[in-house]
Design a protein around this ligand. Structure first.
Ligand SMILES: [Fe+2]
Ligand SMILES: [Fe+2]
Length: 163
């Protein structure tokens, strides 16, 4: 990769071709730029960063590819605005989007299957980890804000509007 290509990649330009194969830092910058172009709510971005961090920890524990697992965490809800009117497409639309940007098949599969709404099987460790990281985040959030009256309901369910 030339210096010009590295600079453009660091700035997140997609005209360089597939994101797959970029150096880790450039791939993360590309992913973050794509995410921030579509998701602006601070709470959603906080969720993406938290799930990214959980995925890094899980990759370390289970021998997963740190870069791939982090990207899946960061990008998993990239289609939220696009699928708000049609939640059954959540994950599927995001997977289509990031596939078009050239992220790896492993990341695409994890994003496609991360939510139960699509009803698709999670056939890889990265996909199962992403499901757990996403659910775990909402469970912790619910537990932290539990006032005692809501203890009867499941804390593993993300709010419908906050997947
Ligand atoms: Fe989601
Ligand atoms: Fe999520």
């Amino acid at each position: 990769m030339t210096m010009i290509e590295m600079t453009l990649a660091a700035l997140g330009f997609a005209l360089l071709g597939p994101a797959q194969g970029l150096p880790a830092e450039a791939a993360r910058v590309r992913a973050l730029n794509e995410l921030e172009a579509r998701v602006s709510e601070p709470e959603r971005l906080e969720h993406a960063f938290a799930v990214e961090a959980i995925m890094v920890a899980l990759a370390r524990r289970s021998g997963g590819d740190r870069q791939e697992w982090a990207l899946a965490g960061l990008l998993h809800d990239i289609d939220l605005a696009k699928t708000r009117a049609n939640p059954s497409q959540h994950g599927v639309a995001g997977a289509r989007l990031i596939a078009g940007l050239g992220f790896s098949d492993a990341v695409v599969h994890a994003v496609r299957t991360h939510d139960d709404v699509a009803g698709l099987p999670r056939t890889s460790p990265i996909a199962r980890a992403l499901y757990c990281a996403d659910r775990g985040y909402w469970a912790v959030r619910a537990s932290a804000s539990d006032t005692g009256t809501s203890r009867q309901r499941s804390t593993a369910e993300p709010p419908q509007a906050a997947r």
